[in-house]
Structures are given as C-alpha cells and as structure tokens.
Design a protein around this ligand. Sequence first.
Ligand code: 6PG
Length: 469
Amino acid sequence: MSKAEIGLIGLGTMGAALALNIADNGFDIAVWNRTTSTTKKFFDGAGDLAPRITPTETLRELVEAIAEPRAIILMVPAGQAVDDQIKALRPLLGPNDLLIDAGNANFHDTNRRAREADDLPFLGIGVSGGEEGARFGPSIMGGGKREYWDRVAHILTAISAKHNETPCATWMGEEGAGHFVKAVHNGIEYADMQMIAEVYGIMRDGLGHDNAAMAEIFARWDRGPLQSYLIEISGKVAGAVDPKTGQPMLDLIVDAAGQKGTGRWTAIEAQHLAAPIPAIEAAVVARNLSSQRDMRQLGEDVFGTAPQLIADGVLDIETLEKALIAGKILCYAQGFGMISKASDEFGWSLPLPDIAKVWRAGCIIRSSMLDDMATALEANATQNLMFAPFFSELLKENQTALRQVVSLSATHGLPAPALSSALAYFDTMRTSRGTANMIQGQRDFFGAHGFERTDDGSSDQHGPWAMNA
Ligand code: 6PG
C-alpha cells in the first residue's frame, strides 16, 4: 500500500474535521489519536473518504505510514501537550521530517519551538473557522521557515477556504508569525462579538425588542455593509427556539462568556507592544465581568438594575447599524495597527494586505468589509486603516450614530464598553492637543520625571512645584 502524503495527530473536533478535509481534497493521510477508540470511531465514520485514510494505533505505526520526508500536523491542546507530543515524536522522525502545530498556540511558544527545532523542521499555523471551517475550508495563517511552508503549501491551499477562487492560506513570516496573526484575529473576533452583543443588549433592554424581531434585524444587516459570518450567526442565535421547551434559545443561555484565552493573549501582547487596542481589551474585560454573576446580582440588589428603556422614537435601528459599522472599522484599525507594530518589533514584515485577504473567507471574522480593507491596505499598509479614504469617509458618515448610541447607552444604563472605547479611540485619534500634559505635570510633581516644553521643545524640564504653593 502506498504511503500517506501527510499525517495528523489529534482527532478532536477540529483535528477530525481537518483530516476529513485533507482526504476530501485527494491527499492520503495517516491519523493517530492518543485514545485508539477515537481513531477507530473516526475511521468508521469516514464513509467514502476511508480509502484515503490510514488509521494507526501507535506513534511508530503513524510515522511509518507516511512517505518521507514526512509532514505531520499536530492538533492537540495548546501548551504543554504540544511540547509533550514533539518529545514523543522526535526519536521516531528523520532529520527532514516536518511538524506542523495547527492548534491555537501562543506565538511565543511557537517562536521557542521553531528555534529549538533546529534539527527538526517546524511550522506553526493559525487555523480559523471552527469545525465547519476545518472541514470545508478554513483560513490558514502560516508561520515558520518559508521553505517548510512551501513543502506543504499545495495541501494547505487546497484545503483552505477560497475567496473568488483565491485560497485563504498564506505564509505570514518566520517562527510564530502565523500564530501571532491568528491571535490578533481572535482579538478582533472578541471585539466584533462584543459589539454585536452590546447592540443586542440595547435592542433587548433599551428598545424592548423580542428575539424574533432581533433575528430579523440581524438578517437584514447581513444583507448590507455589515455582511459577515458573525452577524449572520448572531441572527440565527437570536432566532433559535429551544427544542426542549419551545422557548427562545437565547433566553435560556447563561450570560457568562467562556474564553479559552486567545483574546486575552492578544490584550497582554498589545500592552507589551504599546499597541492601542481598546475595543479588543474592552471585549476581554467584558468577558471577565460576565463571569462575575454573583457580583452583578449583588450590584443590582444594592443599586437597582442598570438598563432602562429608551423612549419610543429616540433611537432607530438604522442608527444602531451605522454605529456598528463605525465600531467595526475602529476595532479592525486597532487590530491591524497591532499587527503593524509587531511586524516592526519582531522583524517579520507581516503582509497586512494579504492578512486582510486571508480573512475574507473561512475564518470567524470573515466579512465583505475585509475586501475593502485589503484594497485600502494595498494602497497604504503603513497608515492607520481609519485614515484610508474609503474608511475615513465611512467614519465621517457613521460617527454621529456611534456617538448617539454610546450616549444613549450611558444615559440608559446599557453597558457598551467596546463601542464606548471605540468612540473614545476615535476622538483621541483626532485630538491634536490632548490631556497628557496634565499626566506629565503630575509625574514631574511627585517623581521629577521631567517633561518637554511646547514653546522651545526643550526636554527633561521640571516645573515650579511646591505642595503648599
Ligand atoms: C477560530 C476561533 C477558535 C476559537 C475558539 C474558542 O478562529 O476558529 O477563533 O480558534 O479559539 O472558538 O475561542 P474562545 O474560547 O477564546 O472564545
């Protein structure tokens, strides 16, 4: 029997879907899972793809089932499990065999593994699109030596999502570049999801809309400038009926958001890079706050409930849509700004236009607006996206709506931290004389840290401070 062209370890939800996608695209694949029964169940369910799949029961059997030089995809939980798997594999592999971590690894770990694996080729790829994406076409963001990417690019581009026939699979740069871009994808994903949830809250608690009405509104928005996977599924989530009770499904879901931590990594890294991503950070904080249910119940008992109804006729649905358009642009501008900052910091030369293109299909944040972002970044990849003519015009058109929605959310106790931070970011980015002079004065008062003067540009100056002046 001919040997498989590629191997895959880890037949969890994503791993199994990816393995079927690879077989479905005509590549013979050998698979292994720590639990043999999982491998058997996977193979028994592979249907007409089974002839392209070689199930194996030991790592040695897996390795021997793959043609040399081998390529093996790791779909195991991020962290120690990846290191353990590499350690277990290493004695079985030849010098040219390639390991590909396709999990949600922290890019610092991928940097380390790429450096450690001098004698063992290593790639870290970000795979986005959930189970459906993994099975039928994910967005793939590659990191590691280009020569290693080129060895498997024919498989990764074949299995990836396509946007107008263009594969959404691209090499981003050395070492952890692919996992870094995936992390920023997830940060943007968090902010996008949070802004949608905030608008949902305003419609539910401020305008008194029921789930069916909100489902229709999201569906309508999905036919306009906000067309995107997240808007589409939010409409479906709002409209779903619980088969068990016949109640709206959304009303039966506890309002505490989980998080595997990818968005948190992005927020932490942004601080290290001094890359301002307030909407993404607000989304991570919102998830943390959502998990403090007892505290929020106590707050409601002590202070009374926050949300108040907005009077009829004060806020229309179109204004909400326009506010989301502005918030989305500002959030993506922050994300691309962070990528640009990291590109310089880590010497990666990350291809911002290609990143926008890779996100146009397959991934969780896929949307029609990403096509416009790719075009804008191709015209100028060094400028903040909000200043690109196409987007600056959209912001001018929609900023009033964002301001109105944020104002109403504040006056009616409707929490909108991501939209509010986006507006504050927008206003900060167009205030040439800010207020940090007060911070410099304070710092110099208590710590003699010095400041620059506006009149003669002299630096490290000190003020005539005296406590009892
Ligand atoms: C994707 C998703 C995925 C994400 C999980 C859990 O691009 O397919 O971003 O990778 O990590 O859905 O995400 P959280 O638990 O962090 O929300």
